[in-house]
Design a protein around this ligand. Structure first.
Ligand SMILES: *Cc1c(COP(=O)(O)O)cnc(C)c1O
Length: 482
C-alpha cells in the first residue's frame, strides 16, 4: 500500500497516475457536445449505489473507467457555452494548474510552520485585492471557502464591533436589500441574533437598494431603541447582478456609525475590469468586503476572501492554542493565518489566483468578465425585441431574468407552469441549462452568463428551445382539458 503514498520514491507513479486522469478529463471536455446528458436521479442512483466501496479496484486506470460511468459521463459541464445556469464560471487553465500543485504539496495555511511561502503568497493576494478595492493602509483579510463564509465572518466582526452584550443580541439589526443573498439570514441565525434581526430594505425598479427606504429604516431602528449593527450592500445581486448605490449607503453608514459590508461575491470581477471598474465606486468606504474569485475571476471552487478596512477587527476571530499558534508566536511576529480565520486546517486556494495573475494578469481576467457583461447587454436587446418574452431589468453585470409569455395564454398560474416546465424539459434534454427564480411571486427563468465562449447565437437558440418547450406544455395541457 505504501506505493500509493506520494513521496520521493513514487514520483513516477504520481506522474503517470495524474497524467492519466488529466488525459481522461481533456478527452471528455473535448467531446462534450452539450452541458448535460439529461440523466435523472432515478437512473443515476443505482449506478452509484452498485459500487462496493469495500472492494477496491487496486488500479487507477480501472477506477477512472468506473469514474466515467458514475460521474464524468453525466456531470454538468460549466465550460459548455450553453451552460447558463447558476453563478458557475468556466475555469482558466493557470488556476487548474495551481490546483494540481496545491493539492500535491498539500500545504495547510493555518500556520507558518505548515506553509511558509504559501502564507506569504496568500498575504500578497489579500493586499493586492484590498488595494484594488481601495481599503487603505490598515486593510487585511483572509481567504475563505466561499461567499457564505466570508459574509458570516464579516458579520461576526460587525457584531463584535457593535459592542453589544449577548443579552442585547436581540436588539441588533442588519439592513440588507430584499435581493441580497440568503447567507445574510443564515449568518444572523448562526451569530445568535434574534429572528427579527435582518431588516429587508426594498429595491427600486432596477433591483438596487432604495437608499431613502434604508434611511427611514435606520431612523426607525434607532427610535425604537434597537441598534443598527450593519448594512449589507450587494455589489452584484445573485439574481439580477444589480449593484446597490454604494456611495449613498456609505454616507448613511457613516451617519449612523454602522458597519458597512459589501457583498461583492459576484461583482468582484469588476475589480479587474478596465471598462467597468467605476461600477464599484464607493466600495472603498466599506468596513468589510466579500469577494468570490470562484465566480467572476474564473477560478475553480473554492476561492474566496473576506477583506477588512481595519486589520485590528480580525482579532475577534483570534484564539490561541499551545499546540498550534501560541500567543508568544504573535509576539515574535510569526505570521499564523489561523489567527484571522474561522477555519483551522485550510487549503492553499490562493495559489490558483497567484498562478492566474502570473500567467494572464488581472487585465486578462477583467477582459473575460467584460466580454460576458457585453454579451448580457446583447441578450437584453434580443429579449426586449422578442414578443415571446418578458425581461425584468437591463443587466449591470451578466444575468438576464425573463419569462416566456405564450401568445395564447393569459392565466398567470398557467404562465408560471409553462416556464417551470420549459426549464425542466430543457434540463432533461441536456441541450442547455438555465436557472429559475421568482419575481413578484411569479416564476421566471434566468441566464447567468459567465462563459465568454457563449455567443448571441447560443442565447437566441436557447430562447427558441425554451419557447418550444413552453408551447409544447400548453399544447399538452389543452389536450388534457379537452
Ligand atoms: C454566491 C453568492 C454568495 C455565496 O457565495 P458562496 O461562494 O456560494 O458561498 C453570497 N453572496 C452573493 C451575492 C452571491 O452571489
Amino acid at each position: 500500500m505504501r506505493s500509493h503514498l506520494l513521496n520521493d520514491t513514487t514520483a513516477e507513479h504520481y506522474r503517470r497516475s495524474v497524467t492519466a486522469g488529466v488525459e481522461r478529463v481533456a478527452a471528455k471536455l473535448a467531446a462534450t457536445d452539450r452541458p448535460f446528458t439529461g440523466i435523472s436521479v432515478d437512473e443515476l442512483s443505482p449506478v452509484v449505489d452498485a459500487i462496493d466501496l469495500d472492494r477496491p479496484l487496486g488500479d487507477a486506470s480501472a477506477a477512472l473507467d468506473e469514474l466515467d460511468r458514475v460521474y464524468l459521463r453525466d456531470a454538468v459541464y460549466f465550460h459548455h457555452p450553453r451552460y447558463l445556469g447558476h453563478l458557475n464560471c468556466p475555469v482558466v487553465i493557470p488556476a487548474v494548474l495551481g490546483e494540481a500543485v496545491l493539492s500535491a504539496v498539500n500545504s495547510s495555511l493555518d500556520t507558518w510552520d505548515q506553509s511558509a511561502g504559501g502564507t506569504l503568497i496568500e498575504r500578497r493576494l489579500i493586499d493586492w485585492t484590498a488595494a484594488r478595492i481601495g481599503l487603505g493602509p490598515a486593510a487585511d483579510g483572509i481567504f475563505t471557502s466561499g461567499g457564505t463564509q466570508s459574509n458570516l465572518q464579516a458579520l461576526l466582526l460587525a457584531r463584535e464591533e457593535a459592542k453589544s452584550r449577548p443579552e442585547h443580541f436581540n436588539r441588533l439589526r442588519i439592513f440588507t436589500s430584499e435581493c441580497s443573498h440568503f447567507s445574510v439570514q443564515k449568518s444572523a441565525k448562526l451569530l445568535g441574533l434574534g429572528p427579527d434581526s435582518v431588516v429587508s430594505v426594498p429595491v427600486d425598479q432596477n433591483k438596487r437598494m432604495q437608499t431613502m427606504a434604508l434611511a427611514r429604516a435606520l431612523e426607525r431602528c434607532v427610535a425604537e431603541g434597537a441598534v443598527p449593527m450593519a448594512v449589507v450592500a450587494t455589489a452584484g445581486t445573485t439574481d439580477f447582478g444589480s449593484i446597490d448605490p454604494l456611495p449613498e449607503i456609505a454616507a448613511l453608514c457613516e451617519q449612523f456609525s454602522t458597519w458597512m459590508h459589501v457583498d461583492a461575491a459576484y461583482g468582484c470581477g469588476l475589480l479587474a475590469s478596465r471598462e467597468r471598474r467605476h461600477l464599484l465606486d464607493g466600495i472603498e468606504h466599506a468596513d468589510s468586503v466579500t469577494v468570490d474569485y470562484h465566480k467572476s475571476f474564473f477560478q475553480p471552487v473554492s476561492s474566496s476572501a473576506v477583506l477588512v478596512r481595519d486589520r485590528a477587527t480580525l482579532r475577534h476571530a483570534t484564539y490561541h492554542a499551545e499546540y498550534l499558534n501560541p500567543q508568544r508566536m504573535a509576539e515574535e511576529r510569526i505570521p499564523n493565518q489561523v489567527d484571522k480565520s474561522l477555519q483551522t486546517t485550510r487549503r492553499f486556494d490562493a495559489l490558483k489566483l497567484w498562478m492566474t495573475l502570473r500567467v494572464m494578469g488581472a487585465d486578462g481576467i477583467g477582459e473575460l468578465f467584460d466580454e460576458v457583461c457585453d454579451l448580457a447587454a446583447e441578450g437584453w436587446r434580443l429579449l426586449t425585441a422578442d414578443p415571446r418574452f418578458d425581461v425584468v431589468v437591463e443587466p449591470q453585470l451578466s444575468t438576464l431574468v425573463f419569462r416566456c409569455i405564450p401568445a395564447a395564454v393569459t392565466a398567470p398560474a398557467e404562465i408560471d407552469r409553462a416556464n417551470l416546465y420549459a426549464r425542466k424539459a430543457l434540463f432533461a434534454s441536456g441541450e442547455a441549462v438555465v436557472a429559475g427564480t421568482k419575481v413578484g411571486g411569479r416564476q421566471y427563468l434566468k441566464f447567468t452568463l459567465l462563459n465568454p465562449e457563449t455567443t448571441a447565437r447560443d442565447i437566441a437558440a436557447v430562447l427558441d428551445l425554451i419557447a418550444g418547450h413552453a408551447e409544447q406544455y400548453l399544447g399538452d395541457s389543452l389536450d388534457r382539458a379537452s
